[in-house]
Design a protein around this ligand. Structure first.
Ligand code: CUO
Length: 674
């Protein structure tokens, strides 16, 4: 309920059952102090439920309260990060849930709503006593971060003119941010997809940069996962670009040159009552001096950090704070490097390697007002919930990925012995469907409930209907022989990649491996003799089902904010299932499906993974567990294979490929209940 209608005070009625938190007198902020009792009476009269709030020793909020209530909050701005870290510590430090509830009532009335939402979400994901609870999806609590503000105007009209049961869904227009004159607009359906942006927000929620409780940040292979998850975003983005007749994304590596791509977000921040600032085409990042954000940094600082990374990679060692050096080893090097690059508090030497990736977001997001003279806040690149909307996000992350790839290129290539699984031969993989080995995609319309995010408005569900990509579900059939004479366990790894570049030239192995999109990974028992493995697309280890990305309100109209939603929102991190397969083309876009089975005895991680939040592990890991695969993330494509010309040359007997196509139908279907 603390997430419901973020700017409405918690002593007002929250949720559909009209819960009122009865707070002690000293909890009222100054502006309500005089009228506290009257307010309590007024909202208490027809409350559905009264929750008495325990009086506790009040926390010191002086640091987190430095962020004005009606400001934007950015996870990438160091000062904001520190304020958030303090608040997370306060939430984590509460003795029990009842104390947490008290401190939330107190904070909800004072703290910037977006920072409050973020910190409470992080705390709920990490406190042992709140693990069964979950923050509602951000698209419901802050819908303004995901859609055209015209939607809210219409939602307002709808909610005041029609009773909850009779409201027509509000349509979110398709392609509303730019015209066809902007080539980048061809892939706006990807960049502005609500599910993709929610995934990215959730990922950064699960992997915060900063908290006093080191365990919240210091998770198994966290840096490596940062590298891998974002590498996969770039690979997927490049596939989408090819499907839309655009060339590969070019990395943003000249910090002194103009950024060709402009971006006009067409969004308003509800909390800040401001439009998100645009970035004009041809903008160049400039030295930052924004006392209000305590940011002072020159572009040259980014260049210095960059040079130190290059030096570290080329020498194979990093410099530690005590002046000693540490070798980057094959197993942990990428993790160490990515933690330095991000950077988070577990960076081994933040003083020297700085904060390159985060500050890239910051420089770009303030390019329109680097010294705050226009009193403007950051652009969409400053917020993980909105960053992926902007074409520059991909150029920036392509650059970051390039540095990681430079490191990967220093590692020994995999020998055939390391790739093979003796005795296991994979003879084929196929896709079921109307036409064999053809994926089918089209548009689909779904809805999301805005009610929780519409402050000071009549109650009841208000649905917004939006259009997104969707694919027909399919099944993989894998034929495999086990000649070891005994039962074996394998890890099945399935990837998809383009076969040609934009000009139609065949891709070589080095180009193709970086474009490999992980589709699934699972453990499989293999009987002696021949095996036919069937696997459904919906079970992918990369994605979370639609119902978890968006709560499917069409199935529960009118019960917005009810407790049921907890089941759906439980593990929000995971690539949205509707974006599993690239769009393809109407003629059919050629791609190659790759399947490999490795020896599970070498891959396995001994741990108990029973419970939830373990079904989108490829990009998100498993909550409170180790990453469930010992191989380097992205294996076997995480590094070059120097003597290999094409993918065909790379194959060992435990691998197979299948040419496929993706056929897109330009039609909209309504979401079917599955
Ligand atoms: Cu996710 Cu840059 O790390 O956006």
């Amino acid at each position: 309920l603390f997430f419901d209608r973020p700017t409405e005070p918690c002593f007002m009625q929250k949720g559909d059952d009209k819960t009122v938190f009865q707070i002690p007198d000293n909890f009222y902020p100054e502006k309500y102090k005089k009228v506290g009792n009257q307010l309590a009476d007024r909202f208490g009269t027809d409350a559905g439920r009264m929750v008495p709030v325990r009086n506790i020793a009040l926390p010191d909020l002086s640091l987190p309260q430095q962020l004005p209530y009606h400001n934007q909050f950015s996870l990438f701005v160091p000062k904001h990060r520190r304020m958030a870290a303090k608040l997370i510590d306060i939430f984590m430090g509460m003795r029990d849930v009842e104390d947490l509830q008290s401190v939330c009532s107190y904070c909800q009335l004072r703290i910037n709503p977006y920072m409050f939402n973020y910190c409470l979400s992080v705390a709920m994901l990490h406190r042992p006593d709140t693990k069964g609870l979950s923050p509602p999806t951000l698209a419901e609590t802050f819908p303004d971060k995901f859609m055209d503000p015209k939607v809210f105007r219409r939602a307002r009209e709808t909610s005041t003119t029609a009773p909850a049961g009779d409201r027509m869904p509000v349509l979110i227009p398709v392609n509303y941010t730019a015209s066809d004159a902007e080539p980048e607009q061809r892939i706006a359906y990807f960049r502005e997809d609500i599910g993709i942006n929610l995934h990215h927000w959730h990922w950064h929620l699960v992997y915060p940069f900063e908290a006093a409780d080191r365990a919240v940040v210091d998770k198994d292979r966290r840096g490596e996962l940062l590298y891998y998850m974002h590498q996969q975003i770039i690979a997927r983005y490049n596939a989408e670009r090819l499907c839309n007749n655009l060339g590969f994304v070019t990395r943003y590596n000249d910090f002194r040159g103009p950024i060709a791509e402009g971006y006009f977000p067409k969004m308003d921040s509800q909390v800040a009552s401001r439009a998100w600032p645009p970035r004009f085409s041809g903008t160049t990042i400039r030295d930052l001096d924004r006392p209000v954000d305590q940011i002072r940094s020159d572009v040259s600082e980014m260049e210095t950090w960059r040079d130190r990374f290059i030096q570290a990679i080329d020498s194979g060692t990093i410099v530690l704070p005590n002046g000693r050096t540490q070798r980057l080893d094959e197993e942990t090097g990428i993790d160490v490097l990515a933690n330095l690059m991000e950077s988070s508090i577990i960076s081994r030497n933040r003083a020297y390697y700085g904060d390159l990736h985060n500050m890239g977001h910051v420089f770009i997001s303030y390019a329109h007002d680097p010294d705050h003279r226009h009193l403007e806040q950051f652009g969409v690149m400053g917020d993980p919930a909105t960053a992926m909307r902007d074409p520059i996000f991909y150029r920036w992350h392509a650059y970051v990925d390039d540095i990681f790839q430079r490191y990967k290129a220093t590692l020994p290539a995999y020998t055939r012995e390391r790739l093979d699984f003796p005795g296991i031969r994979v003879s084929s993989i196929a896709i079921s469907g109307r036409t064999p080995n053809q994926f089918s995609t089209q548009w689909e319309q779904s809805s999301v409930n805005l009610a929780r995010g519409l402050d000071f408005m009549p109650r009841g569900a208000v649905l917004a209907r939006f259009t997104h990509l969707q694919h027909d579900e399919f099944e993989y059939t894998i034929e495999c022989d086990n000649t070891t004479g005994q039962a074996a366990m394998g890890t099945v790894r399935i990837f998809l990649a383009p076969t040609t570049d934009q000009a139609g030239n065949a891709l070589n192995f080095e180009e193709q491996r970086r474009l490999m999109i992980e589709l699934d990974k699972f453990t499989q028992g293999l009987r002696p003799g021949s095996n036919t493995i069937r696997r459904r697309s919906i079970d992918s280890s990369v994605t979370i089902p639609y119902e978890r990305t968006f709560r499917d309100e069409s199935q529960h109209p009118g019960d917005a904010g009810s407790a049921q939603s907890a089941d759906f929102d439980f593990c929000g991190c995971g690539w949205p299932h509707h974006m599993l397969i690239p769009k393809g083309t109407q003629q059919g876009w050629n791609c190659v499906l790759f399947c490999m089975i490795t020896n599970w005895n070498e891959d396995r991680v001994e741990q108990d993974t029973v419970g939830t939040c373990n079904d989108a592990a490829s990009y998100c890991g498993i909550r409170d567990r180790r990453y469930p695969d010992r191989k380097p993330m992205g294996f076997p494509f995480d590094r070059p294979a120097p003597s290999t010309g094409s993918l065909g040359d790379f194959l060992t007997p435990n691998m197979t490929v299948q040419n496929c196509s993706i056929r897109f139908t330009d039609a909209v279907r309504q979401r079917q209940q599955r």
